[in-house]
Design a protein around this ligand. Structure first.
Ligand code: GLY
Length: 268
């Protein structure tokens, strides 16, 4: 049984989103009002999945701050503050720190290491970490050292042609992965059943499992059908305007589980 997600941290998009970083997409016209509406609908989808959503205020001068997942890796025992691999995003980490430090003891990636949360996929006690243009070998080495005392193993995965590891692979259910094999070296995922996304839905692999639901981007209906065929309860969420900023469903939230006791929350 998967652990119960109880809470999520989001950050409202700012109008500066139109100046976001873009790695693999050309800059097109992004309608901010639509992006904001879609972000609100995304928050509602998380709430439907049983998660209490806290939306932090927009950061006017940080175009990519809406992508909160990249700023921290929230584990049950510890939070690792990331060090983004693109200079325009580094200030986001300072801004998320108070919210994360309220939830967990905090460690941090230091220069010259870089690591973004979109490159970290947790499956049980294993952290699959993408070596991407944003996450470098030194960042992965530091992450491994920071989580080893908490009994996590780190497995490095080569990412090519995608922004982050989770752009190209996620884990919708225990034992099951959905992936774009063109972007991700799947060698490390041999123990899993891997569902390849249809060729015309290259971004479909970024799905967000939350309690009994799996959120899938509305732009990936055939990927959604493949997951439904495996018995999963799927909700389509339209983030098409946010996807113009290279958004995925996972990168828009930091999800965790509240628990009772001295350290009062647990990451998923
Ligand atoms: N626009 C998302 C990123 O490049 O980090």
């Amino acid at each position: 049984m998967s652990p119960l997600a109880t809470h999520a941290l989001l950050r409202s998009p700012s109008p500066a989103l139109t100046e976001c970083q873009l790695l693999h997409l050309p800059r097109g016209r992004l309608d901010f009002a639509t992006a904001l509406r879609q972000h609100q609908a995304y928050a509602a989808a998380l709430a439907e999945a049983g998660v209490a959503v806290t939306t932090l205020p927009a950061e006017a001068h940080l175009p990519d701050a809406v992508f909160v997942e990249d700023t921290a890796v929230l584990l049950d025992e510890v939070a690792i503050l990331c060090r983004p691999g693109t200079p325009s995003r580094v200030a986001e980490v300072t801004l998320i720190r108070p919210a994360v430090a309220f939830l967990r003891t905090v460690g941090a990636i230091q220069a010259p290491g870089t690591l973004e949360g979109g490159d970290v996929l947790r499956v049980g006690r294993t952290l699959f970490v993408g070596r991407s243009t944003r996450t470098n070998p030194e960042g992965i080495r530091q992450l491994r050292a920071l989580v080893a005392p908490h009994r996590y193993e780190v497995t490095e995965v080569a990412v090519r042609g995608a922004l982050h590891l989770k752009t190209g692979i996620t884990a919708p259910a225990p034992g099951l992965m959905v992936a774009n094999p063109a972007w991700i070296d799947l060698a490390a995922f041999r123990p899993f059943e891997v569902v390849p996304v249809p060729a015309d839905e290259p971004w479909g692999a970024n799905v967000l499992p939350l309690n009994d639901l799996v959120l899938v981007a509305a732009a990936a209906p055939r990927t959604a059908a493949l997951l439904r065929d495996r018995g999963l309860e799927v909700r389509l969420v339209d983030i098409s305007e946010l996807q113009k900023a290279e958004a995925g469903l996972t990168c828009l939230s930091l999800v965790y589980r509240e628990r009772t006791g001295p350290s009062h929350t647990t990451a998923l």
